[in-house]
Design a protein around this ligand. Structure first.
Ligand SMILES: [Fe+2]
Length: 314
């Protein structure tokens, strides 16, 4: 699977910046700088974080600089239960109520459904019927545990990021939605799940956006899903984002970094050019050179490449 050229996902030229309605951010894993920079620059109406936040401070503090600029929504990922700190900085933060897991919420004019966490076969393998699940719900798991086995008198911390059949079925029975955000990937991904596709189709969504795999993937553009598929799907990498709606210009893939800059990158890095273009850089507010250039910052990226070409350390 080839990584998607980020410019196809991210970039918005100056005249398009006001059109950013909704932005989806890949797994931050504790680094919120690229997200804050992108929100300050593009001012979307709302953002959705796709899990694995691992905030080092309570999430509302981490995102304090942008809370007045945009509406923040999220789902959790598997790593949000790695430690007590990961757990508390999300579930005990003032933004905990913005978790979309298991429900549909109207955000920036779209009905957005959320399914956080991952499937764990010790609880439920969704390739098997629900009746074969070891535990239908978190409550059923808790009741099976002896008091001394419990974490804070409840289920193990880890299973707060497990998808239980009850969560999935509740969402399946929700009213129709426009967009489904998940941490797990749809079936077209090598590590994806048919259960995500079934959920998307039942909800009638036009769009599925997921995190977890640290890849920018446009499933249609990469030939992983047919144009006739009932929904479009995107994976979003850590440090990256997907802006929605995509405008007609970007649908054609015509908005990319300028060709001379791509040529210069190829001259400087050879076969590694795309890797450099797709790697977040501290000089660019943590954004990738490709995204930064395509969003109007080509001059800065060009001067970085010139510096590297002439022996500078960038
Ligand atoms: Fe994950």
């Amino acid at each position: 699977m080839n990584p998607l050229v980020p410019s196809d996902l991210h970039a918005r030229s100056e005249h398009q910046q006001s059109a950013a309605t909704l932005m989806f951010f890949g797994d931050p894993h504790g680094d919120f700088k690229p997200m804050i920079a992108a929100v300050e620059r593009l001012r979307p109406e709302a953002i959705v974080l796709l899990g694995d936040l691992q905030a080092r401070r309570p999430l509302h503090i981490e995102l304090g600089p942008i809370l007045d600029h945009t509406e923040v929504w999220l789902i959790h990922g598997n790593h949000d239960t790695d430690t007590d700190t990961d757990f508390e900085n999300l579930w005990r933060s003032e933004l905990a109520e913005r978790n979309l897991h298991g429900r549909v919420v109207e955000i920036a004019g779209y009905k957005v459904a959320g399914l956080g966490g991952i499937f764990r076969s010790k609880i439920w393998d969704p390739r098997r019927p629900v009746e074969e699940a070891a535990f239908f719900s978190a409550d059923a798991l808790r009741r099976s545990m002896r008091p001394e086995e419990r974490w804070r008198d409840g289920i193990a911390r880890r299973h707060h990021s497990t998808i239980f059949p009850e969560d999935y079925q509740r969402l399946l029975r929700s009213p129709p939605a426009d967009i489904l955000v998940t941490h797990e990937a749809p079936a077209a991904h090598p590590h994806g799940w048919q259960a995500i596709d079934e959920l998307a189709e039942t909800l009638g969504v036009q769009l599925v956006v997921h995190g977890h795999h640290h890849q920018n993937i446009d499933y249609l553009a990469e030939g992983l899903m047919p144009a006739a598929a009932p929904f479009r799907a995107f994976g979003v990498d850590m440090g990256s984002h997907l802006a929605w709606p995509r405008d007609a210009q970007r649908e054609t893939g015509s908005e990319r970094p300028p060709q001379d800059l791509l040529d210069l990158a190829a001259k400087v890095f050879g076969s590694e050019a795309q890797v450099w273009l797709d790697t977040p850089h501290t000089w660019l507010d943590g954004q990738t050179p490709a995204a930064f250039a395509a969003a109007g910052g080509a001059d800065k990226v060009r001067s970085m490449l010139n510096a590297i070409q002439h022996g500078g350390v960038v």
